[in-house]
Design a protein around this ligand. Structure first.
Ligand code: PLP
Length: 435
């Protein structure tokens, strides 16, 4: 190998020859050149170490460089790096059985993809093929991906929505934030209102033309918002009433983020027709995702060609990564840790909300938590300052203006949760001066 590059050379080559995503390339953002990572931490070449309070893009659930997964990747690479998706492999069979039997019991089959965006693309095609209908419903404020179909699903421009996108994609008002300028006595009343509006809209759009409704089971990019009581069950019932398929996008909140394999499993009576997943399935060790479909959809495609196929579907190294990652969740009891540490983190955020005027609405489920910045602390410039303060103090949250999202790896300890809260307390003390 050539001699190692200097930090400046690394940054310069990254800047000059390739693109960074979702940002102008001449961004004022100071980039960190990363030298390595282990567990909840990563570090730069100057020895600065950062506690990753956002699990990178809310995907690094098992933390950096878990040896069990690294070794599984090496072993699969030694055995077979690649084979076309039309061949059967042991690793693919084992993984599929594990997911259908243990993670999503009751479902039928899984199609393995390369990430969340393409999982959503395939959910749409599978739904359109199965129903023979073309319209698709999704929520305002949602995020589902960045290719043409999934970004047309996205519910707002700030989340990369394609405008005008694809004909037949319809957005509806979800539980983005409680008020919508309206007041409700109870959460149930709010749910009833949203569902009545949704049904009205389905009727207006002609339900016989609607193939599927795609919903996050907890809104991620749109604000870390839990679905109100009865909402997902209500969607299930409406979908059943009109023969529409319910697709739960679990890309961000699947695989333990909220304390269960999938977030729909928190709600009685909610069994999706399809589940899309990605992030936590391999935690980014290799790119991976998938669409899990119900038994009836699986059966339909016994005799009809599946409208899906990429050169890298069911990639052996990615399948091996996912199987080993699921093993880590089980061995280290990470779903339970997500639930328990999540409660501690949320309790701490509730205290910080009482103490600081710069934030509001502490919320979360499992280890997916957030606070909204308010007033002068919510501006772009303030957010940049607060983020830099976090970095200086060695903690990096998931950056999602105008809010602070704290979704650390599921391996996080009690002490590390306290560290995140202490640093957040210091950052908010400064934020209070901006309000
Ligand atoms: N769906 C949701 C809910 C997401 O949060 C994301 C990514 O953040 C995606 C889909 C897209 O997944 P990917 O970036 O793996 O393509």
């Amino acid at each position: 190998m050539n001699k190692k590059l200097s930090v400046d050379e690394i940054l310069q080559m990254n800047q000059d020859y390739q693109f960074f995503t979702w940002t102008p390339q001449k961004s004022s953002l100071e980039r960190i050149a990363v030298a390595g990572g282990k567990g909840c931490y990563f570090w730069d070449f100057d020895g600065n170490k950062y506690l990753d309070a956002g699990s990178q893009l809310v995907n690094l659930n098992i933390g950096f460089q878990d040896e069990r997964v690294v070794n599984a990747i090496k072993a699969q690479a030694d055995e077979l790096c690649y084979i076309a998706p039309s061949y059967a492999t042991e690793i693919r069979g084992r993984l599929a059985k594990k997911i259908i039997t243990d993670c999503a019991p009751g479902m039928g089959k899984v199609l393995f993809t390369l990430g969340g965006t393409d999982a959503n693309e395939y959910a749409l095609r599978i739904a359109q093929g199965y129903t023979g209908r073309y319209k698709v419903f999704s929520q305002y404020m949602s995020y589902h991906g960045s290719t043409y179909g999934s970004s047309t699903l996205n519910g707002q421009a700030a989340r990369g929505n394609m405008d005008p996108g694809i004909a037949g994609f319809v957005h509806f008002l979800g539980p983005w934030w409680r008020d919508h300028g309206l007041k409700f006595e109870t959460e149930e009343e709010y749910t009833e209102f949203l569902l009545k509006m949704l049904e009205r809209q389905m009727i207006q759009e002609n339900p016989d033309k609607i193939s599927c409704l795609v919903t996050e089971t907890m809104q991620g990019g749109g604000g870390v918002i839990e679905m109100p009581k009865g909402y997902l069950k209500g969607i299930r019932d409406l979908c059943d009433k009109y023969g529409i398929l319910m697709v739960c996008d679990e890309v961000m909140v699947g695989f333990g983020r909220t304390g269960k394999w999938f977030t729909y499993q928190h709600y009685d009576g909610v069994m999706p027709d399809m589940i899309t997943f990605a992030k936590g399935s391999t935690c980014g060790y290799t790119p991976f995702g998938g669409v899990i479909v119900s038994k009836k959809i699986a059966k339909y495609y016994d005799d009809v060609a599946l409208p899906a196929g990429l050169t890298y579907n069911s990639h052996p190294i990615c399948c091996a990564t996912a199987l080993a990652t699921i093993g880590v969740y089980e061995e280290d009891n990470l779903l339970k840790n997500s639930e328990e540490r999540g409660k501690e983190l949320l309790a701490g955020l509730i205290e910080l909300d009482k103490k600081h005027k710069s934030v509001a609405n502490p919320r979360g489920k499992g280890l997916h938590t957030a606070l909204d910045l308010v007033g002068g602390a919510a501006t772009g410039a303030a957010h940049e300052k607060l983020k830099n303060m976090y970095i200086d103090k060695g903690v990096i949250p998931y950056i999602l203006p105008p809010r602070i999202v704290l979704s650390p790896p599921l391996i996080i300890t009690k002490e590390e949760v306290q560290k995140i809260l202490e640093v957040t307390d210091e950052v908010l003390t400064f934020a209070d001066t901006l309000v």
